[in-house]
Design a protein around this ligand. Structure first.
Ligand code: S3P
Length: 203
């Protein structure tokens, strides 16, 4: 027997039930996009959030807002360790305000504290992309201090070697090919709609 129709004889549009299933699975947890600079975390997150009727927040923007400086200025004035400490605090604060879609900076998942916080309060998605795609996208914008005045391909390879084993511990992995961000959004929705969300830990 078909079970699609509710008592009133009306059915929800399929998108609405997918959205509801994902929202129910998440509870208070956020969807946290992790991955290398240039993999499309922010662009994908910005489009994914409205599909799930969730707010979108970009951790790098929040760090800049909290510091009253750009990321480049934070690196210049205080150094990378200071930036990383702020990054841990800001992402922890964002995770406390879930559910939302959070795009994180490429290095943030390397912090064990941040990984633990995400494990407790989020579902992590590693947006993986091929080296040439990352290099092309990062070379377009010069706002990332780690790449400034350096060979983008060489730095990217160095970072990939260190970071990939850690990114691989994310809950979900998607391959960001060189396709429009909307395609990646649909793919993420599809994966999330079939994802066996673990029960949320009791607080
Ligand atoms: C960084 C990535 C940047 C930003 C900072 C450091 C990194 O974010 O957080 O420049 O360590 O990979 P994006 O991944 O959004 O470029």
């Amino acid at each position: 027997m078909m079970m699609r129709f509710a008592a009133g004889g009306k059915s929800d549009p399929p998108e609405a039930s997918v959205e509801r299933r994902i929202r129910d699975g998440l509870g208070d947890r956020s969807i946290v996009l992790v991955g290398m600079p240039g993999c499309g975390k922010s662009a994908i997150g910005r489009r994914l959030a409205p599909r799930l009727n969730l707010p979108f927040v970009d951790a790098d923007d929040e760090i800049e807002r909290a510091a009253g400086k750009t990321i480049r200025e934070i690196f210049e004035d205080h150094g990378e360790p200071y930036f990383r400490a702020g990054e841990v605090r800001v992402i922890a604060r964002l995770l406390n305000a879930g559910p939302q879609v959070v795009a994180t900076g490429g290095g943030s998942f390397m912090s064990e504290d941040t990984r633990n916080n995400i494990r407790n309060s989020g579902i992590s998605i590693w947006v993986n992309a091929e080296l040439p795609v990352l290099v092309r996208r990062v070379s377009k914008r010069s706002t990332r201090p780690l790449f400034e005045g350096r060979d983008v391909t060489a730095v990217m390879k160095e970072l990939m070697e260190i970071r990939y084993p850690v990114f691989a511990t994310a809950d979900i992995i998607v391959e960001s090919r060189d396709v429009p961000h909307e395609v990646m959004v649909e793919e993420i929705i599809k994966v999330l709609s079939a994802y066996p969300f673990p029960a949320q830990p009791a607080v």
